[in-house]
Structures are given as structure tokens and as C-alpha cells.
Ligand binder design. Structure first.
Ligand SMILES: Nc1ncnc2c1ncn2[C@@H]1O[C@H](COP(=O)(O)OP(=O)(O)O)[C@@H](O)[C@H]1O
Ligand SMILES: [Mg+2]
Length: 342
């Protein structure tokens, strides 16, 4: 099995996962950094599995990964779904699946590309009903992009005036406004293979990527809450099909509100997440790739499968059978052959 990893600036996670896969694979697995250049139309298959850590920021990588998927390479995570996905859709989907989600509103963009003017936007209500929106979410609320990460363009809103001020800075970004949860506890959860969950106590008041945010404590959540969080994490990752993800919960009065769960290349650097969490994710991903992925019965199925490789059109059953029965000498045989698939 050949495994490639596509990386950004991170160092310790790629090194650790490559070493771990090579060691655990005992000569049967070869893991390395992916190398790509000008990708040819007829490029043959190079990898069985690719762990993608950066294509969300490098469109050329995303296009390359889609091309590789066509050769049967399993990409962690599915580049097609990741391209289509957004956080607002995810909030709505998770809510339908019974996960607690803070009240959230999708906002019309502040600005648009040059060719869009007021004639192009006749479907938009104007002015936006800011009072109604804030009444729904309550204050404080969080103004954050419908797609994004790394705490970029996220602001805590305390008043209608501040909302308008911050919104006026958001340019062409598509934003959401979300009810702020005044949390008693906060956790980030790794999920691997849509079932293996690690709950990490997390203090978002400490500086981002400082290494001070993660404080390992297996008893941080009381057992009932722990069970619910694990269940919600699996529900979300199964519904979205992510084999590697981080789900964040702000917990208030015993209710875990999922606030961020589109993190398909989650931070796993040693200095940031700490020794325990780093080791856990390296081991869990190694185990998933070597032991669980090969057993998976259903390969990812993309709708374009059918277009690329169309099945022969099914014969029109009723009529075809009657004529066959009349005209051929072996109707019984053909019927017997068909039986198992019916
Ligand atoms: N609804 C919310 N209630 C409370 N805190 C929030 C909420 N949304 C975001 N935050 C705070 O802002 C931080 C960044 O927002 P998040 O939605 O996780 O975006 P990102 O994808 O950039 O990490 C969170 O870690 C949390 O501390
Ligand atoms: Mg987050």
C-alpha cells in the first residue's frame, strides 16, 4: 500500500504519521510526502491513500486530488465533498440530525465582484432586517465566515452598532451570525474513520496555537455528557463523510452546542496540541489507514461514476421477457440466471 501526505507548514504531524505508517506497515506500507508537478490528463495511479492537509488553501492541489480520486486513490478527506461543503449547511444538517446548534443566520454578502451591481441583486431583500436577525440570535453573537478556519474573520458582537461596523469590513466574504454560547466547558474532539473519538478539553480564551489551549484530562466531562458528545461527533462525521475531522462544542447547562465542525485538516502539531493528543491522532490515523480502510466495503461513490462508466441500459423487463420466451429455445435458463440479482 502506498500512502502520500500533502502538507502545509506543519512539521511534526507529517513526520510522525510517515514514520508511524512505515513502522506499523512492516514493509507492506510505504508512506512519503507527495510530489506533484504538471499533472497529465492520463496520469497513472500513484497512491492508494493520500492524506490531504492543505488543498483548502491551494486550488491546484484540490484539482490534483480530484484527478487522483478518479484513479481510485482514497483521499482523506474526500475533495469533492470538501469543495461543496460549507459551515452553514453543516449547522442545518446537524440540527436536523438532533445535534444542538446555536441559532445561526446566513447573511447576504457585504460586497460582490465588480460585474455584480444592484440590477444583478433584485432577489435580495433590502434593507437587511438587522433588528430581526439580532433578535433571533440574541447578543452577544459571533460573526464568522460560512467557510473558513484558523479564527480568521471571527468577531464577537455585543451590539447592533458593532455588528454593522464589523459586517462593513467583511467585503466579499459570505458570513453567518451565530448565537454566542456563554459556555461552562469547551471541548474539541478528534474523530477518525467516522467512529474513533478523542475528547480534548480546550480553553479558547488562551492564545490560538499557543500550546496552552489543550489541557489533557480524561475526566473533564461527566459520563453522560461524554457519551452524548461522542455520539454527536460520530453523527456529524458520518453525515459529512469525513474520515478525519475536529468537532468543537461549547457546553452550557449540560447541553453540548456544536459550533465548528468543518475542520477536515485539523491541527495536530506537537507544540500546539501537546504530546498526548498528537500521539493519539497519529496512532488512530495509522490504524485507520492500515487496518480499517482496506475492510471498508463501499468505496466512496461519486455521482459522476455513472456518467464515466455507464452501465449497459437494462432491458425493458416485461416486454423483453415475453418476446424472449417466445422466440428463444431456452427461456428457463435465462430466468434462472437472472434470479440472484433480482
Ligand atoms: N457560537 C459561539 N459561541 C461561543 N463561542 C464561539 C461561538 N462561535 C465561535 N466562538 C469562539 O470563536 C472561536 C473561533 O470560531 P470558530 O467557529 O471555531 O471558527 P474557526 O473555524 O475559525 O475555528 C471558537 O473557538 C470559540 O472560542
Ligand atoms: Mg474552530
Amino acid at each position: 500500500m502506498k500512502v502520500g501526505i500533502l502538507v502545509g507548514r506543519e512539521v511534526t504531524f507529517p513526520e510522525a504519521i510517515i514514520n508511524s505508517l512505515n513502522e506499523a506497515g512492516k514493509g507492506k506500507v510505504e508512506a512519503e510526502l507527495v510530489t506533484v508537478g504538471g499533472v497529465r490528463l492520463d496520469e497513472p495511479k500513484k497512491y492508494d491513500v493520500i492524506i490531504d492537509r492543505i488543498s483548502h488553501e491551494v486550488p491546484y492541489y484540490r484539482a490534483t486530488l480530484k484527478r487522483f480520486a478518479l484513479e481510485g486513490t482514497h483521499i482523506i478527506n474526500n475533495p469533492f465533498w470538501w469543495s461543496a461543503d460549507d459551515k452553514f449547511f453543516n449547522f442545518a444538517l446537524a440540527s436536523k440530525l438532533g445535534v444542538a446548534i446555536p441559532k445561526t443566520v446566513l447573511l447576504p454578502q457585504h460586497s460582490y465582484i465588480e460585474d455584480i451591481n444592484s440590477d444583478s441583486l433584485r432577489n435580495l431583500e433590502f434593507p437587511v432586517d438587522w433588528e430581526g436577525i439580532v433578535e433571533y440570535t440574541g447578543l452577544p453573537a459571533f460573526l464568522k465566515p460560512f467557510d473558513g478556519g484558523g479564527w480568521k474573520n471571527v468577531s464577537k458582537i455585543e451590539s447592533l452598532e458593532q455588528l454593522l461596523y464589523e459586517y462593513n469590513q467583511t467585503g466579499e466574504l459570505c458570513m453567518t451570525l451565530q448565537e454566542g454560547i456563554d459556555f461552562d466547558q469547551f471541548v474539541r474532539c478528534y474523530c477518525v474513520g467516522q467512529k474513533n473519538v478523542l475528547i480534548m478539553p480546550y480553553d479558547p480564551t488562551k492564545p490560538y496555537l499557543s500550546g496552552e489551549q489543550y489541557v489533557p484530562n480524561p475526566d473533564y466531562l461527566e459520563p453522560k455528557l461524554k457519551k452524548r458528545v461522542e455520539k454527536d461527533v460520530r453523527t456529524i462525521c458520518k453525515a459529512l463523510g469525513y474520515d478525519l475531522n475536529t468537532v468543537e462544542f461549547a457546553i452550557k447547562d449540560g447541553v453540548p452546542y456544536a459550533i465548528d465542525f468543518m475542520n477536515p485538516a485539523p491541527d495536530a502539531e506537537l507544540a500546539s496540541v501537546g504530546e498526548y493528543n498528537h500521539r493519539w491522532i497519529v496512532d488512530a490515523l495509522t490504524n485507520f489507514i492500515i487496518n480499517e480502510l482496506p475492510k471498508r466495503k463501499t468505496k466512496p461513490s461519486y455521482r459522476w461514476d455513472a456518467m464515466l462508466n455507464p452501465r449497459p441500459a437494462a432491458p425493458k423487463k416485461t416486454r423483453a421477457r415475453k418476446t424472449t420466451a417466445k422466440k428463444t429455445a431456452t427461456p428457463k435458463k435465462s430466468r434462472a440466471k437472472k434470479a440472484p440479482s433480482e
